[in-house]
Design a protein around this ligand. Structure first.
Ligand code: 3H9
Length: 706
């Protein structure tokens, strides 16, 4: 290669008549200000050099460019701005070719779309995922993409944020050429030289003709607008994306770009952007825990699952899907057959939907062994116990595991409430015991609480995090307490909802307020879905230790006493007539609520949706603060991720602790103090919340301590 000049993150090198411009900004070549400056300088260099006829853009490492540097959002913008860089690339009189070998996402794809020709290797992934961050493609993506591939395909890419593979991108016209590789530089140079040899013209996406049929484009957009208005559920940026595409149809290119910029800035300023970007980084931070940094995981290839109920079967499917070998243990032939049937039902469902072949199922099931004998576990690397939620039953299982498992095997329990220190103490090897709290259905739900008992060794915790990664779960580290992070906090906001109900709000009004806030389902709908008997059992278990001074609402117990456990029994808080999944309000439930109020001498009062949310969130945030204060959660962001990935918390609000920061902690504390006038025991402010307010800092300040 010829002489090289470099800014640190963008290097240029001459290769014959081609100037190779390499972006090298690990980990993902994000388009921070230095990269933008480097690209600008490289284009300038090529234009000033008469011996350069073509410019080849490529990325070092695993990606082409993963997009704008998300860490820069919210800070003052620095020139050159990305839209200007893209325009500069597109305007170049020299042929510009982008060669994509990995992710070309967001601003990364927009850079590629500004090039005159695009080559992809098989592993290239193209996408405009800005919507997931509350944004829209703001560097020409909303204008160039529809001109290249039409309104329908462009909007689908922008509204779903999905990654498109190289083959499909070639088919739809985002790529011009596919090369088997494996070397992106070699492939890119070959393509650039071939284009030069053919005297291929400079060809600008701004001039591409996929919008030529105005009437068809308008009609497609009209349908998309109607569909999106129905589906967007309070989200801001999908509607803005469509507005920008409307501009692509109606306006000259440069005007469309101006409008795109204005809409992008509106999105950038929205609290939804702040919430979604917090969620993006928080989901990556959760895996950074002291134990995973300090110790290497133990190897695990063969695991065992104890229990073939819904949870055990779901965990087994998750493990099989992750490529692991799984032995499932049940107590007798009938139970193990039922366990296997649960597993097969999942795969047969996928076959019925055309998402799996019978052959693929057979290959997966070849890694599954059923057994009724613990002696078959002498060789397994890791065991996950998922039997009945009872301390004595679980202790007995762990005694058996201690007897049969090889030294160094990791012994995990899937308990959702119980004291894991007590479970560990049932063995001679408490250092090998950890909690792995999956959420149902375990093969689908992302959240995995990794519960660390006091004696667990660092490498056991590191193994749990490695398992989560292998299973593509979102792991959150939690300490031992009743309910860990998620269920402990949920028990408290559930109480707040019960108080609201007894004091005057109907369950339907509460659910409606929660859906408007952004939850896919209201709390009482979720109770009906999960089964009211689950919470009932927990309440009965806690009854002996309940503070007799504490307020206790018995409405749910009245429902459970009637056998109204929710969807599975046809009625709970809602009525589920034959076959219906969405419940109907039930006048008899309202009568029970009224009777309970009367029994306690409560005169019902009106609650606005705003007050319902203020109380619900204040309870959640206050308990979240206590969980952080006690070290049950490492940081506020761990609470956020727990609720985002396991409890349906609206992602665009960033999680309960981020939401609290956005509302203002002083406001949240003022609410709690106001509510405490009615019930000082329940509404006792967390000391941490009081301290942060006194210091004038937010929860996020605790996320960045090393
Ligand atoms: C945009 O482009 C706007 C434009 O339209 C308009 C502008 C005017 N910036 O996910 P990983 C970090 S919006 C900064 O674990 P993987 C990430 O935090 C952007 N940092 O790896 C992590 O850091 P750490 C549109 C970023 O292999 C590390 O890189 N683009 C960015 O599983 C590794 O990430 C997107 O939304 C970024 N853009 O997945 C794409 N991206 O190691 C976002 C990543 O300190 N990115 N980091 O924890 C992704 O989807 C995935 O990161 C990717 C790699 C698929 C690329």
């Amino acid at each position: 290669m010829g002489t090289a000049i470099a800014t640190c993150v963008v290097t240029t090198a001459r290769e014959g008549r081609v100037l190779v411009v390499t972006i090298d900004n690990p980990p993902v070549n994000a388009l921070g200000v230095a990269v933008r400056q480097g690209l600008w300088a490289a284009i300038e260099q090529a234009e000033q050099d008469a011996s350069v006829d073509a410019i080849l853009l490529l990325g070092e490492g695993k990606t082409f460019i993963a997009g704008a540097d998300i860490r820069e959002f919210g800070k003052p913008p620095q020139a050159p701005l990305l839209p200007d860089v893209c325009n500069r690339i597109e305007a170049s009189p020299k042929l510009v070719i982008a060669a994509l070998h990995g992710a070309a996402l967001g601003g990364g794809l927009e850079v590629a779309l500004a090039a005159h020709y695009r080559l992809g290797l098989p592993a290239a992934k193209l996408g405009l995922p800005e919507v997931n961050l509350g944004l829209l493609p703001g560097a020409g993506g909303t204008q160039r993409t529809p001109r290249l591939i039409g309104v329908q395909a462009a909007a689908e890419l922008m509204l779903t944020g999905r990654h498109m593979g190289a083959k499909e991108a070639l088919q739809v016209g985002l790529l011009d050429q596919l090369d088997e590789g494996p070397e992106v530089l070699t492939a890119g140079l070959a393509y650039a030289n071939a284009l030069l040899a053919q005297k291929a013209p400079v060809r600008r996406s701004r001039d591409a003709g996929a919008l030529i049929n105005q009437a068809a484009s308008q009609a497609a957009l009209k349908v998309l607008k109607a569909e999106t208005a129905k589906k967007a559920r309070g989200l801001f940026s999908p509607l803005k994306i469509l507005e920008a595409i409307q501009g692509a149809i109606d306006l000259p290119f440069d005007e469309g770009l101006k409008q795109e910029r204005a809409l992008f800035l509106q999105c950038l300023d929205s609290p939804q952007r702040a919430g979604l970007i917090h969620a993006f980084f928080a989901e990556r931070e959760v895996a950074k825990v002291p134990e995973a940094k300090a110790a290497a995981p133990r190897p695990f290839a063969h695991i065992a699952v104890i229990g073939g109920g819904t949870m055990g079967a779901g965990i087994t499917v998750a493990a099989l899907d992750a490529g692991l070998q799984v032995t499932m243990i049940e107590r007798d032939a009938e139970s193990i057959a039922r366990g296997q049937a649960h597993i097969e039902k999942v795969y047969d469902g996928l076959i019925a939907k055309g998402r799996l072949t019978a052959q693929a199922k057979a290959t997966i099931m070849a890694r599954y062994q059923p057994s009724t004998s613990y002696d078959d576990l002498h060789d397994v690397d890791l065991v996950i116990e998922a039997v009945f939620e009872d301390l004595e039953v679980k202790k007995a299982v762990f005694k058996e595991l201690d007897r049969v498992c090889k030294p160094g095997a990791v012994l995990a329990t899937n308990t959702s409430y119980l004291d894991i220190d007590a479970i560990a103490a049932a063995t001679q090897r408490p250092q090998d015991v950890v909690g792995l709290h999956f959420f149902s259905p375990a093969n689908i739900m992302k959240l995995l609480e990794i519960v660390v008992p006091s004696k667990a060794q660092a490498d056991v915790v590191a193994t749990a995090f490695a398992l989560a990664q292998k299973m593509k779960k979102t792991p959150v580290r939690a300490g031992v307490c009743d309910g860990f992070i998620g269920n402990r906090i949920m028990a408290v906001y559930r109480q707040a909802a019960d108080y609201l109900m007894e004091d005057g709000a109907s369950p339907y009004q509460i659910d409606e307020a929660l859906r408007t806030f952004g939850y896919p389902m209201g709390l009482f709908q979720v109770v009906d879905l999960a089964g009211g008997d689950i919470g009932w059992a927990a309440r009965k278990r806690r009854a002996p230790t309940r503070n007799p001074q504490a307020r206790y609402v018995e409405i749910s117990d009245r429902l459970c006493e009637r056998g109204w456990f929710g969807q599975k029994t046809g009625r709970g808080f809602y009525l589920y007539p034959e076959g219906a999944r969405a419940g109907l309000p039930d006048p008899e439930v309202l009568a029970i609520v009224d009777a309970e109020r009367a029994r306690k001498g409560i005169t019902p009062r009106q609650f606005s949706a705003d007050e319902i949310i203020r109380r619900y969130m204040a309870a959640m945030i206050n308990e979240g603060a206590k969980v952080v204060q006690e070290g049950i959660a490492l940081r506020p962001l761990d609470v956020d991720v727990t609720f985002l990935s396991g409890y349906g918390f609206p992602r665009f609000r960033g999680g309960p602790m981020k939401y609290a920061d956005m509302v203002g902690l002083d406001q949240v504390l003022a609410d709690i103090r106001e509510f405490a006038q009615e019930d000082p025991l329940f509404w006792k402010p967390a000391a941490l919340l009081e301290t942060l307010v006194a210091q004038g800092v937010d929860f996020d300040s605790l996320n960045h301590r090393e």
